[in-house]
Design a protein around this ligand. Sequence first.
Ligand code: C5P
Length: 403
Amino acid sequence: MFLQHKNIVLGVTGGIAAYKSADLVRRLKDQGANIRVVMTTSAQAFITPLTLQAVSGNPVSDSLLDPQAEAAMGHIELAKWADLIVIAPATANTIAKLTAGMADDLLSTICLATSAPIAIAPAMNQQMWHAQATQDNMQVLSKRGVAVWGPGAGEQACGDIGLGRMLEPMQIMEHCLHYFNSINAADTLQGQQWLITAGPTREAIDPVRYISNHSSGKMGYAIAQAAQKAGADVTIISGPVNVATPKNCQRIDVQSALEMHQHALKLAKDVDVFIACAAVADYRVAAISEQKIKKSNDSMSLELIKNPDIVADVAALTAKPFTVGFAAETQDVEHYAKGKLQRKNLDMIAANNVATAGQGFNSDDNALTVFWLNGSKVLPLTNKTELAKQLVATINDRMQDDT
Ligand code: C5P
């Protein structure tokens, strides 16, 4: 019963996925949450208020202009009652209304009138999801701090295949659990030092050329921000990226794996947590040319030598911090991730499938499965800011369990 005494307003809007709302209510109630359902008019074409009243055990609110309902629990009261507002499914129309700050029905009014956090689980046709207007709206909402859960990809009610499916009720329930966990994590990292590697490394070939990869650094920076917000002192050792340094985090800029290794090993013995999020080049050029290499033959060879494994070297320190690695895999994710966990002597490894479109490298979204010696946890697809909060909360939980 992880949601005991939590008040959740569940907004249900008019998409075919609304039929799953009854199941979502049940799952949230199973965890002890108090649920008040607010429906839009079009949602009622897909599922009746009576069904949601029966499963939630509370009257369903659907009108701003119903004096009787307002007398019982009015829109301002509902807005104040909520610890969290979850809109699932959230249609393109509702997303647009939230973005514009409209208040022309009960749900949009409550969203404007609340100080509670809002989470949305988008559900719509893949073309509507990809439409520039929807994507622009999503950016605005994310910037405002609205949590975005999903959408998932797959076959859609209309027969299309792609992004836009509402996450399953179980996944949305898990997001709610993570959300409340991460709230509990606020300030719990006070006094802790966290060190995070992020971004790619650049391995010079000559003064103008290098070998590198597509890592954007977004995930590492999002983790740094989440840890800092939870109270930790955070240092990022960063390869070259185009991401702003999160507020109140220290940043050390490096180019090569050797430089990153040198800084990491110097600092890691004095920190509580080390997270290796960087996509470190496995090899570097054996002999970097001092002058620009001239074009001559039809082919040329570069001799590459192995770079040190930064996270494995940190994990081998006598005063080892809680050490977390990442595993970006294209197949057999669990098998390879668990192999790395053991081989590198890590406390935890966060694995993601980089072969899945729309997540991982260079994307704004990601999903992770986190493994440790005797357990694992799925952190479902969401934006990297939200995912980072959940990862930080998971690391904190594991550290508590280990002590
Ligand atoms: O072995 P692999 O490169 O797949 O392992 C990935 C994990 O190891 C990531 O956490 C990455 O940051 C870390 N790593 C490292 N130094 C290397 C190579 C990888 O810290 N030279």
